[in-house]
Design a binder for this molecule. Structure first.
Ligand code: GDG
Length: 450
């Protein structure tokens, strides 16, 4: 997979790999290499290999099936599906080639952990090549609903692909329920007492493992940041948003919610500024160009209408900023606006909590549709991201919240994210995976003896 500084998967796995070691394998566009070649890169504390893709594969597999079919489908946006001939074949073929290219790297003691929607078929390809090792999968996005799965032309593939894993990790209970429902209604599956779903003689083993961040480390980074005085006027009250510029993050809705707040607020209150970092992502896909145009239009309208000398309501930054700087911005901001329309987890919500000064913390406004809501709803102000009135009210409550209440809310959230951090996530997933695989291997050997 292509690496960006601003993807949740890369941020989380970097920490996991640094602490566990191992080999990180992905794909990379490289026109200069004509063959499928697994090249080794210096990964610092771990080894890194990439299968080189041709431009046509990158188009059909990465931009195509992965990001124009599976990503919108898994985010409830079947209206954006762009199914073109040959994409599914390219998706299956890249996964097959990756399995063939990596087979020789796998030793008997290895545990294999496959991540995200780009590589769902990889375990079934590895099994075809005789790999018996524990293989787990983690889906960073939401799991689709039954009605969305019906939009897939070859839905039976999902059953074949997912049943090749010893464990399918999902972010939330919401996703586990969605998977059970899909297996039951689309594949005629039944729940077994140990949590597996048996479908047409195959087993899928789902469980939820909410992904965490390196909470303590991020807290220290934020604390160490120098005040950002030159960039942000002292006394200016700040709302922060940090999102890849993806339609699932609901940026136009967020800006409309902020616009409603500007309309609703009492004229005696000094207005807040919304600082939105919207890091570029998948810019070759049409739906992403569309959401960027819409966002720039709304920004112009809101700033044109509400700006005054010395006050710009929305500061919209369409680029990535360094991670340390980001930590400092979170700490400086009075409120975080995390309002995806749907999200697997949302690490920004957790990073914002970790970055706060516990003695004078900011307030998290969180979408009910973020996976993080299952863990953080007690301390956050929860909103319906589709309703600008709900966002406006939450901003007003956050802006006037007493320090005592902010401290209380922050404390409960910090306890949650510090306990369930990225190391907890890795450890619990890998332990469950090894347990399930041991059970499979024992079961298979009994069958062979019988
Ligand atoms: C997927 C799922 C799930 C953003 N802008 C900059 C920057 N970022 C960093 C953030 C955060 C990460 O990128 C974004 O993570 P999210 O979780 O919010 O979202 P996705 O990228 O969509 O991630 C998501 C995640 O996987 C993990 O499982 O939570 O639901 O969609 O870490 O800080 N980092 C820097 N500069 C930026 O401008 N340095």
């Amino acid at each position: 997979m292509g690496q960006t500084a601003s993807g949740g998967l890369v941020v989380a796995l970097q920490k996991t790999m640094e602490s566990q070691g191992g080999v990180w394998i992905g794909t990379k566009l490289d026109e200069s290499i004509s063959d499928h070649f697994l090249k080794e890169y210096d990964g610092g504390k771990f080894d890194r290999h990439a299968l080189h893709l041709q431009p046509s594969e990158y188009n059909d597999y990465y931009l195509g099936y992965a990001n124009s079919v599976l990503w919108p489908l898994f985010h409830g946006r079947t209206d954006l599906l762009d199914v073109a001939h040959g994409q599914l074949a390219a998706y299956a073929s890249v996964n097959q080639k990756l399995a063939e290219a990596t087979r020789h790297l796998i030793t008997d003691d290895d545990t294999i952990w496959i991540h995200d929607y780009h590589f769902i078929p990889l375990a079934s390809e590895l099994r075809k090549l005789g790999v018996q090792n524990p293989i787990g999968f983690f889906l960073h996005t939401p799991f689709p609903t039954t009605s969305d799965v019906h939009a897939l032309t070859h839905k039976r593939n999902l059953l074949d692909w997912l049943s090749a894993y010893d464990l399918v990790g999902l972010q939330t209970q919401r996703d586990v329920s969605a998977m059970i429902e899909v297996c039951r209604t689309v594949f005629g599956g039944q729940m077994l007492s140990d949590g597996r779903i048996r479908c047409q003689g195959r087993d899928i083993w789902p469980a939820s493992f909410p992904i965490g961040i390196e909470a303590e480390n991020f807290r220290r980074t934020a604390e160490a940041q120098k005040p950002l005085a030159p960039q942000i006027a002292s006394g200016q009250r700040l709302l922060i948003g940090v999102d890849r510029l993806d339609y699932s993050k609901g940026l136009p809705h967020k800006f409309r919610g902020f616009q409603r707040y500007l309309e609703d607020r009492a004229s005696s209150d000094s207005p807040l500024t919304l600082l939105q970092i919207a890091s570029p992502t998948r810019e070759d896909v049409e739906a992403y160009q569309e959401v960027r145009r819409e966002l720039e239009q709304i920004t112009g309208q809101v700033n044109g209408r509400f700006a005054e000398l010395g006050y710009i309501p929305i500061q919209y930054i369409h680029r990535s900023v360094p991670r340390d700087y980001l930590a400092g911005l979170y700490r400086r901001a009075d409120i975080a606006l995390v309002t995806p329309l749907i999200d697997g987890m949302n690490l920004v919500a957790k990073e914002y909590i970790a970055a706060q000064d516990p003695a004078d913390p900011g307030v998290l406004i969180l979408s009910e549709a973020a996976g993080a809501a299952e863990q953080l709803k007690v301390g956050a102000l929860m909103v319906n991201p589709f309703d600008p009135g709900s966002v406006s009210e939450a901003i007003q409550s956050a802006a006037s919240m007493s320090r005592e209440e902010r401290i209380e809310r922050h404390q409960s959230q910090w306890n949650e994210i510090a306990r369930h951090d990225v190391h907890w996530w890795t450890g619990t997933f890998l332990n469950s995976l090894k347990r399930n695989a041991a059970q499979r291997i024992e079961h298979d050997s009994i069958l062979r003896l019988a």
